[in-house]
Design a protein around this ligand. Structure first.
Ligand code: HEC
Ligand code: HEC
Length: 206
């Protein structure tokens, strides 16, 4: 009995020892991420990734891998952005990963403001059904029924409509330069009304 007890204790202590450096590393990474965010990112994206201004994308609840990849693409110039290029220039891959985790762990809180319900109905249709007349696939087929995305595909739910519209126009004109093959095809099939309506609908998803 006493022997069994000490073996169990030993295993637990060993497990704790083994996991400690990992936990300490993750903690140090998050402290570093917080330092970077409070140094500059917060100015546009907010400390909680909530981006109070509709011009700046919300980062709260976005997938960590997607965020880290965007930062790498801004840095390399693969995703062209005059604003984000200087912001990402000095980030190391480890810092990009830590920043991704930092914002992914924040709670996404969509802004609730009155929206035109007729427009929302069009947006919901486009989002969940696409448009078979123009060959537009539904957004839900890739981004998920509620726009939550996957580690490889961005979350859209609750994003500022202005940013969504802006990105759709950029994809259409190939001004968004990273991974635009898929989204260019999608965006090129959207009418102005559909672009606006789907962005308004996305803002209401949580
Ligand atoms: C001066 C304002 C500003 C600052 C400061 C800033 N950003 Fe940005 N960020 C933007 C804008 C604008 C975009 C949209 C990119 C575009 O289309 O040019 C963006 C886009 C992003 C994206 C892509 C989001 C998506 O959904 O694809 C990430 C990730 C990001 N920023 C992270 C950061 C991090 C991390 C920092 C701090 C190191 C930071 N930003 C600092 C303005 C800013
Ligand atoms: C066939 C799959 C597919 C479909 C369908 C699709 N998307 Fe996408 N979407 C993607 C991929 C992949 C990306 C990531 C691009 C990247 O990494 O640069 C993306 C990125 C985006 C972004 C950029 C998000 C950000 O944070 O910057 C927006 C906005 C977007 N999609 C909106 C839509 C809308 C609206 C629809 C429906 C009209 C739609 N997508 C349909 C695959 C798809």
């Amino acid at each position: 009995m006493a022997y069994k007890h000490s073996v169990l204790m030993g295993t637990a202590a060993l497990a704790a020892l083994l996991s400690m450096p990992v936990l300490a590393d993750a903690k140090a990474d998050q402290a570093r991420a917080e330092e970077i965010v409070s140094g500059r990112c917060f100015l546009c994206h907010g400390m909680e990734g909530e981006s109070a201004s509709p011009v700046f994308p919300r980062l709260a609840g976005q997938h960590a891998e997607y965020l880290a990849r965007q930062l790498a693409d801004f840095k390399s110039g693969k995703r062209k952005s005059d604003t984000m290029k200087p912001q990402s220039e000095e980030l190391t891959p480890a810092e990009m990963k830590a920043l991704g985790a930092f914002f992914a762990n924040k709670k996404a809180t969509p802004t609730n403001r009155p929206r035109d319900i007729e427009i929302l109905a069009v947006g919901r249709y486009i989002f969940s059904q696409g448009n078979s007349f123009s060959g537009l696939p539904s957004c839900a087929s890739c981004h998920g029924a509620k726009g939550l995305g996957t580690p490889l595909l961005p979350r859209l739910a609750g994003q500022h409509p202005r940013y969504i519209e802006d990105q759709l126009r950029q994809f259409n004109k190939r001004e968004r330069t990273n991974d635009n093959a898929v989204m260019h095809t999608v965006a090129s099939k959207l009418s102005e009304l559909e672009t606006h309506a789907v962005a308004e609908y996305i803002a209401t998803l949580e």
